[in-house]
Design a protein around this ligand. Structure first.
Ligand code: HEC
Length: 398
């Protein structure tokens, strides 16, 4: 019986390893891509790449209801397209969502659907990319965030409060009233758009000086959301050349998603179609893990990894360390290997101090985060096997 189960496990695991996301090829266009919207016809001529987004199961929120709703959350497939005009690059991301959740005003018990696109500031060494999702110490990421909000009437920084008065109090009628409504409408903030530079959860710094410009938009229809993100290929923070990594995140307001609770892709290689240089990044990001999955699982149990980490089926919820249920979906094999032999290389930021004050994920020594996970300097074969097993830890797309 156990033998059969193991054989079955081995086959299902072997197939899931083959399903690495492919790369996003970016062709050049003569059009100005900053004019593109989610609705633009031009997108019909661009080839789509399927990417997978996995529930971020490393961290737990304080909100019990949100945690319950998201327990056992499934991965999602999204379609990504990209095109450039030498100055700017435009991404389109399409994903299904049965409900349109839009945040109204500043209500704090409602959460909006939204998406984010992020880029590592440095990506020369594909084996040492930032922590996926939020960046990590010394490995910053640029995050562009777009959330669906209802129009908010703000003085818009102009202090123009008079324009926020109810039209009935303005003593205007007919055409004049319509003109008043139009001018008020023009002052509305329709989008929640922010750029951040981040080196870990809670270290997100909004870039407010306008140096990190981007255009984003999201449109909903019966199939779900289509979002566009358009930004310079090169600016003060980023230089996107040849081949570079990108990652996507989506939030589902209906499921009370916010902050770290979201679906997240791994680093995906984006390549300019006329690029002829080295492909090392593509190799690292699309590499299937080599190793004996079944033996890897045995090693994980023998080495006590499950004493700290939750791996559904092997161990229950445990706040002593990040949950690993989807770690194979959003992490590269190189990252997983580094996590085992050198936990301090990337210290997963942002553990929930309220949920588990007695089991910190790291201690701060001389201003530097020191992981509470011991390093495991195992032999190459054991590491390959463990990584191969960890790469299978991910929920399948619905
Ligand atoms: C004493 C508790 C403990 C043990 C035992 C332990 N870990 Fe960890 N692990 C942690 C903590 C805490 C973190 C988060 C801080 C960090 O990034 O090092 C972590 C992080 C990780 C990560 C990164 C997770 C992410 O979301 O990016 C991986 C992968 C990992 N551990 C794998 C393992 C494996 C495999 C073993 C067994 C060989 C193991 N751990 C044993 C505590 C532990």
């Amino acid at each position: 019986m156990i033998k059969i189960a193991t054989a079955l496990l081995a086959t299902t695991l072997a197939t899931s390893i083959l399903m690495a996301d492919s790369i996003v090829l970016v062709k050049k266009t003569d059009r100005d891509v900053t004019k593109l919207t989610p609705e633009s016809k031009a997108w019909e001529h661009v080839k789509a790449t399927t990417v997978h987004l996995y529930p971020q199961s490393a961290i737990t929120l304080n909100d019990k209801r949100a945690n319950a709703i998201n327990r056992g959350a499934k991965a999602k497939e999204a379609k990504v397209k990209a095109i450039h005009d030498d100055k700017n690059i435009a991404f389109l991301i399409e994903w299904s969502d049965g409900t349109r959740s839009v945040q109204r005003g500043y209500k704090s018990d409602e959460y909006a659907d939204g998406f984010a696109v992020q880029f590592p500031v440095e990506y020369k060494n594909p084996e040492k990319l930032p922590y996926i999702g939020m960046g990590s110490d010394d490995r910053p990421v640029i995050i562009h965030l777009q959330k669906a909000i209802e129009e908010v009437y703000e003085p818009n920084g102009n202090g123009d409060v008079s324009m926020q008065q109810n039209v009935l109090s303005k003593n205007v009628f007919g055409k004049e009233a319509a003109e008043y409504a139009r001018r008020v409408g023009a002052l509305a903030v329709r989008d929640y758009q922010r750029s951040f530079v981040s080196e870990g959860f809670r270290s997100m710094t909004e870039i407010k000086d306008g140096s990190e410009k981007f255009y984003a938009d999201m449109e909903y229809d019966a199939n779900g959301w289509r979002g566009t993100l358009i930004r310079p290929i090169k600016d003060e923070y980023l230089s996107l050349k040849g081949v570079f990594p990108v990652a996507f995140a989506i939030w589902d307001g209906e499921k009370l998603n916010r902050d770290g609770q979201k679906l997240l892709s791994g680093w995906i290689a984006v390549k300019f179609s006329d690029y002829k240089g080295k492909d090392e990044l593509v190799t690292v990001l699309t590499a299937a893990a080599k190793g004996d999955v079944v033996h890897g699982r045995e090693l994980i149990e023998q080495n006590g990894c499950t004493g700290c980490h939750q791996i559904s089926g092997l161990s229950g919820p445990n706040y002593a360390a990040p949950g690993l249920d989807n770690v194979g979906g959003y992490s590269t094999a190189a990252y997983l290997r580094e996590s085992i032999v050198d936990p301090n290389a990337v210290v997963v930021p942002g553990y929930n101090r309220n949920a588990h004050p007695n089991t910190p994920w790291y201690n701060v020594v001389d201003g530097i985060r020191q992981s509470t996970m011991p390093p495991y300097p195992l032999d190459e074969k054991s590491l390959d096997d463990m990584v191969a097993y960890l790469k299978t830890l991910k929920s399948e797309a619905k």
